[in-house]
Design a protein around this ligand. Sequence first.
Ligand code: ADP
Ligand code: MG
Length: 240
Amino acid sequence: MIKVENLYKQFGSNEVLKNISTTIKSGEVVSIIGPSGSGKSTLLRCLNLLEVPTKGKITINDQDITDKKTNIMKVRQQIGMVFQHFYLFPHMTVLENITYGPSKVKGETRQVAETKGRKLLAQVGLSEKEAAYPNNLSGGQKQRVAIARALAMEPQFMLFDEPTSALDPEMVKEVLNVMKDLAQTGITMVIVTHEMGFAKEVADRVIFLDEGVLLEEGSPEEFFNNPQTSRAQDFLEKVL
Ligand code: ADP
Ligand code: MG
């Protein structure tokens, strides 16, 4: 579904991604892990062209999104993204946050968008909050709304960039549980996370980045039990 070939990204003279190649299959859940500053967010942002690669190719369902002729907005519409900070619209209710994209961008009628929105709110366990404003929600609830909002666009796959890093510890679990349920629906997910337990349990595959290089790639069992590089061993010693 997503094919990354010899991807490079430079910010000025800072080479942040160096010759990254990988393939993500439809329905796969992939965790990107690695030290701070290793290029995890940049890699994720290249997948929906929030960052434009310096060199290399990214193909999504046989469409070369790095081709100059590609309609970036059209590509992005098919990709859901959830960030560390939720970026909900503060002046809209929870339900309005979720129906805004589908009605504005996809031209759904209000009724269709709301029916779908309520279903998604139920899925993330927030049915009773549809009329609330983001400021009156906890961090964990906000992030669950952000996930529902991304899903409302019916994306082909979902990108998560440290979705629980800004949360108080007691709220991490509720968000991870929603993500775990989501993984079981068969949607393709790429997740940057520091939650090693979650990666171990939910990911089909782990990608380890270090200083912009894809150093290891394998099943969670392989990676966590038997890391091949000393960089990965050091990293795991620090975080586990
Ligand atoms: P990670 O998510 O693994 O912590 P990032 O992808 O955010 O790493 O950053 C990797 C490197 O790229 C860092 O050195 C960071 O300073 C740099 N970087 C990221 N985004 C930008 C940007 N927009 N402009 C300049 N440098 C950036
Ligand atoms: Mg990051």
